[in-house]
Write a protein of this length. Structure first.
Length: 216
């Protein structure tokens, strides 16, 4: 049965978070389609992974027999994250936009799993694995909008997931999530509501399609 690696990074809990709400909808449908499957879950806000250290980084380029005790201990935690990625049949990530970028906790996870010669390089070890990213944001940074040039989440993750890790990337983008709470954005509430409905529809559809694709 298929294994889903599900990662959330929003600091907000439950339904207060747009990205968590949409990843939860995707996961619910996924589990309905894969009742015997496995979900490996990481909440990076509740349980952050260690930021990359000199020992964890340098250990990735040293033979196990040549590592110091400090390198071995640091790399053990890093390797667990790498193995979770390598063992997944599909990856689901909640990536809200904070100050025009991804949360630092998600960046820390990426720094740990990116290892040249293993997950990155000519033949990435997780190459071809489908990854769905729920990239929520308080405003809109779509092409043609005034803040198009401030969109660093999708651009960055495209470079990392597709260009470096070789994953099969797809996005779900709930936008304008601040509209219901910001009076200055009140006229954008209908667009927010449409975006939210589309995000939940996409989550359900993509979960079903991915489950069928992996089962074929």
């Amino acid at each position: 049965m298929a294994t889903l690696l599900h990662i959330d990074s929003s600091v907000l809990p439950g339904e207060a978070s747009s990205s968590r709400s949409v990843t939860a909808a995707f996961r619910k449908t996924w589990e309905e389609q894969n009742p015997q499957g496995t979900v490996v879950y990481r909440d990076l806000a509740a349980n952050p992974v260690p930021h990359i250290t000199a020992d964890a980084w340098s250990a990735g380029y040293a033979a196990p027999s040549q590592r110091t005790p400090e390198q071995s201990a640091a790399f053990a935690a890093r390797e667990k994250l790498i193995e979770e990625l390598e063992g997944a049949d599909a990856v689901l990530i909640g990536a809200p936009m904070y100050n025009y970028a991804i949360p630092s906790t998600l960046k820390a996870w990426l720094d740990n799993v990116l290892l040249l010669g293993r997950t990155a390089g000519e033949t990435p070890s997780a190459q071809g694995t489908p990854v769905i990213v729920v990239a929520s944001r308080g405003g809109s940074y779509a092409p043609g909008t005034p803040r198009e040039g401030y969109e660093f989440v999708q651009n960055y993750l495209e470079a990392v997931f597709t260009g470096t890790l070789g994953l099969d990337l797809d996005f779900i983008v709930p936008e304008l999530t601040m509209a219901p709470r910001n009076p200055a954005m009140s006229e954008l509430v209908p667009l927010y509501e449409a975006s939210r409905r589309r995000a939940f529809d996409d989550a359900t559809t993509k979960a079903k399609e991915l489950a069928e694709r992996l089962a074929a």
